[in-house]
Ligand binder design. Sequence first.
Ligand code: 28F
Length: 664
Amino acid sequence: MAKNNSKIKKNGNGNGASDYSEKDIQVLSGLQHVRRRPAMYIGDVSSRGLHHLAYEVIDNSIDEALAGYCSKIEVIITKDGKIIVEDNGRGIPTGIHPTEKKSAIEVVMTQLNAGGKFTRDTYKVSGGLHGVGVSVVNALSEILEVEVCREGKKFYQKYIKGKPAAPAKEIGKVKNKTGTKVTFLPDKEIFKHTVFKFETIENRLRELAYLNKELIITIKDERDNKSNEFKFKGGLSDFVKYLDENEKSISGKPIYIEGEKENIQLEIAFQYNESYNDNIYTYVNNINTHEGGTHLEGFKTALTRTLNNYGIKNGIIKNDKLSLTGDDFREGLTCVISVKVPEPQFEGQTKTKLGNSEVKGIVQSITGENLNDFLDENPAIARRIIEKCIRAAEAREAARKAKALIRTKTGLEQLSGLPGKLSDCSLSDPAQCELYLVEGDSAGGSAKQGRDRRFQAILPLKGKILNVEKARINKILENDEIKAIITAIGAGLGNSDDFDIERIRYDKIILMCDADVDGSHIRTLLLTFFYRHMREVIDTGRLYIAQPPLYKIKKGKSEFYAYDEDEREEILKSMKVSKKDVITGEETVQSDTKVIISRFKGLGEMNPEQLWSTTMNPDTRTILQVSNENASAADKIFRTLMGEEVEPRRKFIEENAKYARIDA
Ligand code: 28F
């Protein structure tokens, strides 16, 4: 990689910079720095980071749509692994930039922050956490090509690893066509895997189509002829219906609220279903704000107050009985909130929490007024919603008693406050500690013997844990396995007041289940539990899935482990053995010339040493971090797998059987 030794420009007063000599900080010109430190710009170079490239380009088209000039966005994944994004907006300006002395196209494509600084400020919103700009995509692409149609002409420019191969030039005329088309091939020197997943991009495009009603978005996968087109007239109402596809609404069609105040645009749709979960998705400028923020606060406050006042005024809530809390008013709620804020401030651990204080009052007043009108006009629905909230309050009261029981345990457990089945680690700094949740007592035993007891704790789980998707909170808290998990983790339960991530006892919580159908079911149950009742553990990147090997390959005294079929074949190839010397089956066969492949069915088949070296040793293991990138997709999967309706579950399992390995 080329070096650039230009001098450092100091920011501010330069304090602290004196510790560094010039060779410590190699100042690289913008795009070179992106190539050297891609994670600083796109988070990481995993599949997540790869897909971020596509989102970044798509965001530019979305900006053009928000500005009111683009009605259609087309995305193609090509056979050779490129992404093409094309919009019918105005097209990037093609004239020569007065100070940069190159075309505006090249400025947008090669200057860091050209997007952030002037594209996005001059016209409307989008951006935020994304918004590193398309120049970052360019820097991380082997090849990027841009085509612009504007003022009757078509322009073209090509870049190699971010550097222009030639200036932008006119390559033809067009009639009645404007827009921008970007084609890029991610650089294999940067990304470990450069294969785009259709479903991942499809999910993001669907979300964008819901958030920007009327916008047409298409996706086509030329690798296997998959395609889809999204256009939602109903916008967020359609989104809520889609999320609740497998649920029964008790509030009729989604309640839809729209408004604008002080340049802040608000759109909300919500409905109540018969489940016990609340699902609120919040967006700021099309970006999912996982950690909530002032828009969510405003909505919650308005919902609680408006429903409570209406219930009391109309004699549905009796004042003398138990009082209802915010949580009660959100049981069974499915809601999408989308705000467009000109200058969003993002806060929180993952920078996905809206901080702008003015937004709270605006959302609160628009929601309050509109909801009040809705309740007055729909008294039957109003009554049904509020009666459901009252039942939630009654269950919460029962749960409070159950929670109190967990806190005051009896017998041995009372001494340490920890579950008896937990083999804790000796270190106490959460940053160093890991908790393994292990399927079954026998695997739990091996894990206990195999682990490094300084920093690895083991909690064996017996049988299936409760399906939390089908149970109310008080029932969940009666379940012994769940109680043990909650007390071992030590941070409480729930997604708000009762949970405190600061009190967590382990920074890594690792699910270790068998590689069979039961194992994957148990893993799904556990994921559902964390997703519904300790989501912060997922959102802060603390939940992992262990990857035990599927095969052992033995030749003479040497043993190899393979984690999937591909790896098994690779190992066999590297051994250069002929097919007839490969035996598949039991380990008991002894031979020095033959290669014996045995399949691990369960964790229990490995002895403690094997389990340590293949699955638990941090130096050699692979663990998958569970992420919540697309919360609405995750939510749907959990509902489909765990919810009431049987038919969609059967369909989902059939369609996804070949992906049975969850790479979360
Ligand atoms: C496939 C990805 O990147 N679409 C884009 C535009 C439109 C304008 C623009 C973009 C304004 C001053 C730089 C056009 N006419 N799709 C895209 N469409 N960027 S990116 O402007 C960029 C800045 O110079 C545009 C008038 N204003 C803006």
